[in-house]
Design a protein around this ligand. Sequence first.
Ligand code: PRX
Length: 658
Amino acid sequence: MSVDPTGTIEGLLVESRRYPPNPEFAASANVNDPEIYQRASDDPEGFWASVAAELDWDQKWDTVLEWDPPKVSWFNGGKLNVSYNCVDRHVKTWRKTKAAIIWEGEAGEERILTYQELYREVNRTALMLKSLGVAKGDRVAVYLPMIPELAIILLACARIGAPHSVVFGGFSPDSLSDRINDCGAKVLVTADGGFRRGAVVALKENADKALEDTPTIEHVVVVQRVGAEKHPVEMKKGRDIWWHDAMAAVSGNYCAPESLDAEHPLYILYTSGTTGKPKGVLHTTGGYLVGAYATSKWVLDLKDDDIYWCTADIGWVTGHSYIVYGPLANGATSVMFEGTPDYPDRDRFWDIIERRAITVLYTAPTAIRACMRWGTEHVEKHDLSSLRLLGTVGEPINPEAWIWYNDHIGHGKCPIVDTWWQTETGAIMISGLPGLTTMKPGSATVPLPGIVPDIVDEQGNSVPDGQGGYLVMRRPWPSMFRTIWGDWDRYVSTYFSKYGPNVYVTGDGAKRDDEGYIWLMGRVDDVLNVAGHRLGTMEIESALVSHPSVAEAAVIGVSDELKGQAVAAFVTPRLGVDANDALVNELRAHVSEKIGPIARPDRIFFTAELPKTRSAKIMRRLLRDVAEGRVMGDTTTLTDPTVLEEIKKQYEDTGAAE
Ligand code: PRX
């Protein structure tokens, strides 16, 4: 960890505004008895067992928790199926005619799948996967736009026990092939394309490029989203098959759900880390479902008459847990939207909320800040009175954005839950409960029942209230990831070694105030959070260095009003290379091609040398000081302090600091 979290603490606002629970909301909230916290802390295993008992198990567990730090397993001996819990059990009730998924396409198209219809699609898709030779344990890679088939394929994989690995549609061919190869996927499910602001995203072409180098893939199933008139694609004989053809060939409408061990792998999802390639975070069946189910119920307060909308993409963990698994396990109606908040107009979100009478909205601070900037006139055009609860996720929300969300979207009557969690945690960990907690704008508030965080110093000692430190978890929780796919050692060294195997290191800095509220301070490692998306500085540096004009590169995150953090790159060109604007554009395009447009540096700054320690480590911390115009931290370990002075001068001269 390279940043001292105590260094940034002064920057935090002292926020004194309080928003106590609304009594009317509290009266009917799913959780309104504060005793739940005590129950969970008195007997954590008994508590989680009682939560797990709300799901349908084929066979009950023998033990709730086996913890041989850092190895952990939950509900050992228990057997269940996630798709059964998300679909079949609702079809057996009146919910079979209830909308499970309401999908809205970018151009305004609509598909509504009732639980019965979803059941039929999931069963037939599971049969289709089997007909392609996918068996329990085989991995299925998924590279799709936000269309209903994405939710369906996840549930179909879960039904037959084939772990899925979703790759966000904005990632490049290289990123896709890396992930496919890392998990050894047998089948890829993609589409002829997707839509983004009216333009076609060439998913199949990207997939074709990726597949030049993915020996494990046997079949590619292609959903026709765009159509041959607009965007013809090539289908490789013997390898590629259209989704609709494969489905038409399926006989039967029922595929018995596999009865799976609680610890059977459910999915792998890649996320950026501090070093090397993205890590395949592995979630398993029982514990993950317990976490996604319970938190959707407690925090998002999902009820049968809700129309719930999470604006995330299923390519990220938020979409996994809070569009698909959590809401459906609760029998809720989950809205899925393909587009963006500003297409065709800047009122798209509010238009959807009004038309569909959304009751619970879960979105990201970056979207809120963008809407704030576009002005309230877009909001005021719409009747948002259906809303009763608001949530945010992905990055710290600045108090002003919180207040704007509260005033202009919630009209002061909707509780706001600021939910802190991670791909690794599988489910929300720190968040207020809307019927119980007094909210403080900018704080994720308090740990959920059964979650035991702490804030510690470099040595692992708890820090006093008000002092910054490293956020850790002192006890395991059901939905925690179980390993990094194929790399147990990396799991242990990244997350369970700094303070020993009992303590999970989150990578975030935080402080606790005198009422026990937790305030997140951002990452303390070399991970960036750009518009709620995690990116590793190393990944972007490697992409830059793979360009023939680049000798060396250092990437940092700089504060950005809209995106939280923006990517800034300090690049040393190779000798003889002309470092001009054309090269800036070329490098940005290069990173975009290597990783995906989300990783494209916002600013590139050329420098003859980078500041390094005597052991040749690039001092990113000092570059951050330069970029953010701070007083320079300790420079005594630098080989040549003048390098930094020179960068600072040039940086200020060229206006790169703007
Ligand atoms: O730094 C924290 C930030 O996002 C990181 C996790 O990113 P990812 O695994 O991509 O998952 C995002 C969706 C859960 C965390 O380490 N983060 C997430 N939620 C919050 C947050 N930071 C502050 N407040 C939050 N509510």
